[in-house]
Ligand binder design. Structure first.
Ligand code: ITT
Length: 196
């Protein structure tokens, strides 16, 4: 059974194709008629479900979606669901990172706790859906380090590590990441609902 990956974020696509390696994954490029889904939800869960349902309806196939972001304690959880458009330029990782670092410039190093969150949703063309969450807690560094991954990876050091997720290998990040956790939790649910 084919599953449509309901995301246009290249960084996520690369990670999800690894994490969901056992499934027959098709990308949104096979459904050019499906437009952008407005992320009008106020939670990761709501937005993941919005995207998964829209793509399942538009493609007629089961769809999985990811809504994720970086939540910074000292900013009351922001940028959160606004992570991809924090600078006002959706998907401009460098601009988003630069703005966040500017906002944190006066915050002492000891007060930089933050976490990545990922809500992973599955929706079927019938309208049935499931959603689960994964979290990666850590702290931010003010000088970006590493070239792997995407988004805010160069500034998040997971708890128990001294490297950013951009300094980790793809497999190392997948094993502990919010996305790895969420989609590994979703996998048995996908198998159960699709009978595969
Ligand atoms: P789709 O809606 O097409 O999936 P998007 O980039 O708009 O793509 P989101 O609204 O879920 O997706 O925003 C995700 C943002 O959160 C992403 O652009 C990064 O800035 C950040 N982010 C999420 N997961 C991350 C990770 O593993 N490493 C670094 N940054 C991450």
């Amino acid at each position: 059974m084919k599953i449509v990956l309901a995301t246009r974020n290249a960084g996520k696509i690369a990670e999800l194709r690894r994490i969901l390696a056992g499934f027959e994954i098709v990308g949104l490029e096979e459904f050019p008629e499906i437009g952008e889904v407005a992320e009008t939800g106020v939670t990761f869960e709501e937005n993941a479900l919005l995207k998964a349902h829209a793509v399942a309806q538009g493609s007629g196939l089961p769809a999985v979606a990811d809504d994720s972001g970086l939540c910074v304690d000292v900013l009351n959880g922001m940028p959160g669901v606004f992570s991809a458009r924090w600078s006002g330029r959706h998907g401009d990782d460098q601009a988003n990172l630069d703005l966040l670092l500017a906002q944190l410039s006066d915050v002492p190093a000891g007060r930089l706790a933050a976490h990545f969150t990922c809500s992973a949703a599955l929706a079927l063309p019938s309208g049935e859906s499931r959603v689960v969450e994964g979290v990666l807690p850590g702290r931010l560094v003010k000088t970006p380090r590493g070239t792997n991954g995407f988004g805010y990876d160069p500034i998040l050091v997971p708890d128990g590590y001294d490297r950013t997720t951009a300094e980790m290998s793809p497999d190392e990040k997948d094993a502990i990441s919010h996305r790895g956790r969420a989609f590994r939790a979703l996998t048995p649910i996908v198998r159960e609902l699709l009978g595969s």
